[in-house]
Design a protein. Structure first.
Length: 361
């Protein structure tokens, strides 16, 4: 049925209803006047024009009341509903409860309000759509905040390399050979490229990293990442070790994202522990691939571990502390893996990155 046909039908129904209400109202007013004449005989001597006025006012009042009950009341509900939507109230249950007079016990529109059925259904759909869009916007904003915080945190690692090597180059007490300077400049260029890569790592539209897996030797990769962390000037007084129970493992993974995850854990062990701390990396293969990173430092505050374990995906809260571990958790989950933390204050921390075996080819 087209909108013109529906409008004509509603107009016809309204006209018929009006005629019916006026007819019933006329009869009702006449009956009321006759009854009143029985109890108040003086009414029988009133001028006929007074009767006409009383009948007209009675019929008009009854018609206005009925029209307001059938049309005005739901119309005001529609207007108030739309005002609520414009004010940002998108809970459909609130409106259904507030305007419960429109529905029967079976949650269906009452028969007398049938002309408003489509409008109410569309308002419910619009409310739920706006509420869903609001949630998506909030989630997207949270992911963007997390993206910015994650990248800002991870930039600190290559910057620490750059600062350390620049301090070495600029120190008057250190004399470097030409080849040594070239090696340092190559390392500085590599770290600058890492910073540029961090900015390309995430899809800003979704706030989540794009995993681009390639096949390579995971053991060799982890050994190189560990050596790179050990060569950081800030790691000079820390004791790194690497051990793998498997000599080689061809695995599909995103080298950039996994490097960020492992590097975050290693550099956190350096930045948050005193000098002479022992930092060990182990690779094991059981029901999954386990990258176990252990340090003998001061441990992770229990509050940070608790927030990390009870954190929901995309949750951007508590980013001022433990952001490195939040980033690691997201990156490992993007590889369909898990993150486990065991930390004892003043005794050390063990962080296990578990990767699935189905990517071993």
């Amino acid at each position: 049925m087209t909108i013109v046909q529906r409008s004509m039908l509603l107009s016809l129904l309204f006209l018929l209803a009006s005629v019916l209400v006026i007819s019933i109202g006329f009869v009702a007013v006449i009956v009321v006047l006759i009854v009143l004449m029985q109890y108040f005989p003086a009414l029988q001597f009133l001028d006929i024009k007074v009767y006409h006025i009383l009948v007209f006012v009675g019929v008009l009042g009854l018609y206005v009341y009925t029209a307001g009950w059938l049309i005005g009341k739901p119309s005001l509900a529609v207007v108030d509903w739309m005002k609520g939507l414009s004010a940002g109230q998108y809970d459909v249950n609130v409106y259904c409860k507030r305007y419960s007079f429109l529905w029967n016990k079976q949650r269906k529109i009452k028969l007398r309000y049938i002309p408003f059925k489509d409008m109410m259904i569309r308002l419910q759909e619009l409310t739920m759509t706006l509420d869903r869009n609001r949630q998506e916007v909030e989630e997207t904003n949270g992911l963007k905040e997390q993206w910015i915080a994650g990248v800002s945190h991870d930039v600190k690692t290559p910057l620490s390399y750059i600062k350390g090597y620049l301090d070495v180059i600029g120190s008057p007490q250190v004399e470097l050979a030409k080849e040594e300077k070239k090696r340092i400049f190559r390392l500085l260029l590599q770290k600058v490229q890492e910073i540029e890569g961090l900015l390309r790592t995430f899809q800003f539209r979704q706030g989540k990293p794009r995993v681009l897996k390639t096949r390579s030797d995971l053991v060799r990769f982890l050994r190189e990442v560990t050596l790179d962390a050990a060569n950081n000037p800030r790691s000079a007084s820390y004791h790194f070790s690497f051990e793998s129970e498997i000599p080689e493992l061809q695995y599909y993974y995103d080298s950039k994202l996994l490097k960020r995850a492992v590097q975050n854990v290693l550099m956190n062990a350096v930045l948050h522990n005193p000098p002479e701390t022992a930092i060990a990396v182990q690779v094991k293969r059981d029901r999954n691939i386990q990258i176990i990173i252990t340090d003998s430092g001061v441990g992770i505050p229990p509050a940070i571990v608790h927030r990390l374990c009870h954190r929901h995906p995309g949750d951007a809260q508590d980013l001022e502390e433990g952001i490195g571990l939040f980033v690691v958790k997201d990156l490992i989950e993007e590889h369909q893996g898990e993150l486990e933390i065991c930390s004892v204050p003043q005794q050390g921390t063990t962080i296990t990155l578990k990767l699935p075996l189905h990517d071993v080819r």
